[in-house]
Design a protein around this ligand. Sequence first.
Ligand SMILES: [Zn+2]
Ligand SMILES: [Zn+2]
Ligand SMILES: [Zn+2]
Ligand SMILES: [Zn+2]
Length: 499
Amino acid sequence: MAFFLQKETVKLACNCGSLKPIYRLYFCRHCQKIRCAYCVSHEVESHYCSHCLENLASADARLKRNCCTNCNDCPACSHVLSVRIVPVTSADPDDPSRTVTRKGYYLVCSFCRWTSRDAGMPDQTSATGGWAEREVPHARRISSLLEHYKGLAAKERQEKEKRKYVPRRSYLHFSDKFGLSTLLARKRAGLAPQGPGLKDDASGLPELEPAEASEGVEPLPESVFSEPLDLSQVTTMAQRLLQVEVQPADVRRLLPVHKPLLVKRSLRCRECEHNVSKPETSPSSTKFKIQLFAYYHVPEVRVVTCEPLLAGRPAQLVLKLCNPTQHQTTLSFLPLPSPEEDRRELELALQERRKKRAPEAKGSAGGREDATAVVQSFTRQLSAGEDPRPVAVEVTGDVVLPECSVVLPPRDDAAEYDDVGDSHVFHDDPKVVAWRKANKAAVKLSVLPRPEAPGGEVVVGFLLQYSYVNTIPALDQRTPQTQDLRVRVYLSLGPTLGG
Ligand SMILES: [Zn+2]
Ligand SMILES: [Zn+2]
Ligand SMILES: [Zn+2]
Ligand SMILES: [Zn+2]
């Protein structure tokens, strides 16, 4: 867990205002912007079992309740259970005076030593199955609910078939979908509007018993108050939630848990709907078909050294910058925009987005056109990305940025093994560039912690401008285009020493 709790020193700001380390970000080559997990849509590519690597279609996975039927997890520690073989001697049914020896199978956890024998499960005669299934106390209720909603889904599908010949994008198509036509008809007739369309849709389906709340709660057994508690016999909350249908309180009632299936996800930019990540479907492959991670496109910033921070006293900070692309890049350092500039920029960006979303909504008049515009803008909104938001971080230090720009040569994997020296010659200012090697350079900056927060965390930020070569061929331009892109970088340098 320590890995997840580790403090991130360098974070980049996404358009949506969230701050993420570079390895959690994507770069959309079509929008030429950084995207975080909130700014991409997540789609399931395939379901698979992480232990036996079986690949399942999504319909099959649903049928198997998203669990692998062959693999089991330990109910005590969630480690995968393995099968043990033991010889079982029993009386021969044909000749009771003789005994026969057969193989018996039971499940064992190699991590915590839990076995299926602890749960009182008899040894099985085959390695693959027949393990006792847990009885779900509410199975009847759940299956009746499932039946009901399956009926509803079938009905909706039928209605969709009926509507197939209505031209798409017409008012009728949308109005039927959202039940607007019945609403309007009722309004015209002077009737009160009915509740959402679900009630009407359910007619003709088997009646569903409504759930009933009960006040009666089973009293606790007397032994709870009189007998001392043995904690080793009580399950932990995590163990109970692994078996959410039963939630056993006693460790002897723990049964093996079917291993939950994992999914491979593909990620799509919500602004332009291009993929930023697409894995290969085979569960045994860890490769990607599309892999637009930010650390392949955006220069990486790392803190090398930082002098002790004292409020009001400048400290030297050395950053290592690395160019991950196949093209030379020029880096410049710019101060962060002031809060007023930030607000103005945000407002402009928001206005632009609103204009893009609903160009029809303004000009149209009359009820019918209005409804179309509303519905159209609604559907467009669903696919559009996150609104730009300000970055919610308080900067508690100033940073003196180098005025000259730094050029980084392209990445060359062979250069790692080349001790002879760099083939690139740059005339750097030794006050700015401490050293450079291949596609990396160390840049000196000066940090001045503000005096108002002694002992607090020093956070500084700057705008990193980098030239990016877009290799996606555009319609009108054949040659790759070089553009200057900007990203906000925030550094958490630790607390100041003393007052
Ligand atoms: Zn984002
Ligand atoms: Zn499996
Ligand atoms: Zn275990
Ligand atoms: Zn995009």
